[in-house]
Design a protein. Structure first.
Length: 202
């Protein structure tokens, strides 16, 4: 029975993720959420006692999916500099995906009313990505934690500005389809990333 409950919960979360992205938090009623999840409101409330709790759970799902796709710098190769370049490229590639941009906008829109959700999103998308990069640099280059954190923050900051800001504001076109890590070099101009890595890595 527990497995059945887990399946229903997962279905609700995935449907809710799509509804929140399409409609925003305010317009996404529990009636709509239940209908899209092909379940009853009673079942919906049995799993999530409020829309706020459901939204927080969706943020956690997004965190899990994002970090699973991002992986760690070590997954991108043996050469330290190349691995960092590709990790930063993948970071940008994932952020420029249209649903990721919508999620970011949603987090910004709900930041005052539901700061916990925005904090969790920020932690997943930015803080954890920076921590993974910093840990990798610390291990590969034998850097102090403060030095590796500073380099990781500077590198990811350069990735975010101006591409992410432009995409969030609709100035730059997002990726309409989810891209695989094999296409990082085709999707992202890696030259400025390589230049930043060459400048910042000791």
């Amino acid at each position: 029975m527990a497995k059945r409950g887990d399946e229903v919960r997962e279905r609700i979360l995935r449907a809710a993720k799509d509804v929140f992205l399409e409609m925003g938090f305010e317009r996404a009623s529990m009636d709509v959420l239940a209908a899209r999840a092909a379940t009853s409101k009673r079942t919906l409330y049995a799993h999530f006692e409020s829309k706020d709790k459901l939204f927080l759970a969706v943020v956690d799902l997004v965190r899990e999916l994002y970090l699973g796709s991002l992986k760690t710098p070590a997954d991108y190769g043996e050469d330290t500099a190349d691995a960092v370049v590709l990790f930063c490229g993948r970071f940008l590639q994932l952020l420029l995906y249209e649903p990721a941009l919508r999620t970011c906008r949603l987090g910004i829109a709900e930041a005052e009313r539901l700061p916990e959700a925005s904090a969790r999103y920020y932690d997943a998308i930015f803080s954890t990505a920076q921590a993974r990069l910093a840990a990798f640099l610390s291990e590969r280059r034998q850097l102090a934690a403060s030095a590796s954190a500073a380099i990781a923050g500077e590198l990811l900051g350069r990735m975010i500005y101006p591409r992410l800001i432009g995409a969030l504001l609709g100035v730059q076109e997002p990726f309409k389809e989810q891209h695989r890590e094999e296409s990082i070099a085709a999707d992202i101009d890696l030259a400025p990333i390589r230049s930043a890595v060459a400048t910042l890595l000791p």
